[in-house]
Design a protein around this ligand. Structure first.
Ligand SMILES: O=C(O)CCC(=O)C(=O)O
Ligand SMILES: [Fe+2]
Length: 330
């Protein structure tokens, strides 16, 4: 397994209130392009944001993925980056702050027992998954009154990743990733939690728009897989939700150490979360390609063709962003 800990970073002015950062517009203001960055050390670049709100003097650090890690993702279909979020940056412990955000949101009943499955078959199934989740997003009404500056920083980090993934050409093809369709959630696994083997992108369902799966672990510094379990197991056999009877298991186990970032092509790898022996904190996400007419017809022909049902599918698959519903509803 290839793991690296090279991290590039972006400094973004800290905002004091919820903003509508337009990070896309920064692309033209960025200092150099990715390929011009040195690959050997931490880079701190000044970002020109288009915040409409006041900014304070303190800066926050946004870790960026290196071109080397992007290449590994293109070549192998997955990449594991340890210490993507460093322990502290400028005295700020982002992992701890986001972990605290999870605990605070749980105490305010913002987490739900996680559901499994795609489309309208989405149902509670404790044999497959024991975890709690809270969907994230600047526009999520349920989170508006629980503002957290570090969560806003996380949104910036996730959006920079989308831009970097989009710019990265995958086997010579650059893949468009629709900002409006990005899906992110906090996942909390209690002691005794797990998520059995599954796929994130299933053909014929809205989840098939998922191009890249993202996992960013927020576990404490003394979390260790030997004592705490909770490894992410990525399978390389040719099976879907099960290992084919005539194949031997072929997988890697990734330790869910705090700060580790995992990215993989959503349609390629079945995966699972091994049993946890202590609480486990993660950010889970998917970068989706834009929905095309082909997708709409393949999803609808697979079902009953009713556009209302397609909207239902989008919601059930977690694609609850207004953008997708607008597309499907139009
Ligand atoms: O928490 C993890 O490591 C993986 C979660 C996952 O696979 C999912 O939510 O689809
Ligand atoms: Fe998954």
């Amino acid at each position: 397994m290839t793991t690296t800990n090279t991290v590039h970073a972006f400094i973004v002015p800290t905002t004091t209130t919820t903003t509508t950062n337009n990070l896309n517009s920064n692309r033209h203001h960025r200092i150099g392009n990715r390929s011009s960055l040195s690959k050997t050390s931490l880079h701190l670049l000044k970002a020109t944001t288009t915040d409409t709100t006041t900014t304070t003097n303190t800066s926050t650090y946004i870790p960026r993925i290196s071109s080397q890690d992007l290449q590994t993702l293109s070549k192998d279909g997955y990449v594991v980056i340890e210490n993507f979020i460093p322990s502290t940056d400028n005295g700020i412990n982002l992992k701890e702050a986001l972990r605290d955000d999870i605990l605070n949101l749980r105490s305010k009943s913002k987490f739900k027992i996680a559901k499994i499955g795609q489309d309208t078959t989405n149902k509670l199934n404790e044999e497959i998954r024991v975890a709690e989740t809270c969907f994230l997003g600047k526009e999520k009404p349920e989170l508006r009154n629980v503002y957290n500056q570090r969560r806003e920083q996380l949104y910036d980090l996730l959006e920079f990743l989308r831009i970097d993934l989009e710019e990265n050409s995958n086997n010579g093809n650059s893949i468009k990733l629709d900002q409006k369709l990005s899906e992110f959630l906090y996942a909390y696994y209690p002691t005794g939690g797990f998520y059995r083997r599954h796929r994130d992108a299933v053909k014929g369902s809205v989840s098939y728009l998922r191009q890249y799966s993202l996992l960013l672990y927020l576990n404490t510094d003394n979390y260790s897989s030997d004592k705490d379990g909770g490894q992410l197991r990525i399978h390389f056999d040719s099976g879907k939700d099960f290992l084919p009877v005539d194949e031997t298991p072929n997988y890697i186990d990734i330790n869910a150490n705090g700060g580790t970032l995992v990215l993989f092509e959503s349609s390629k790898f079945p995966h699972e979360v091994l049993n946890t022996s202590s609480e486990r904190f993660a950010i889970v996400g998917w970068y989706n390609r834009p929905m095309s007419f082909t997708d709409i017809s393949s999803i609808s022909s697979n079902k009953d063709g009713d556009p209302v049902r397609l909207i239902g599918l989008a919601v059930a698959a977690g694609l609850v962003t207004v953008g997708l519903i607008n597309i499907l509803g139009s």
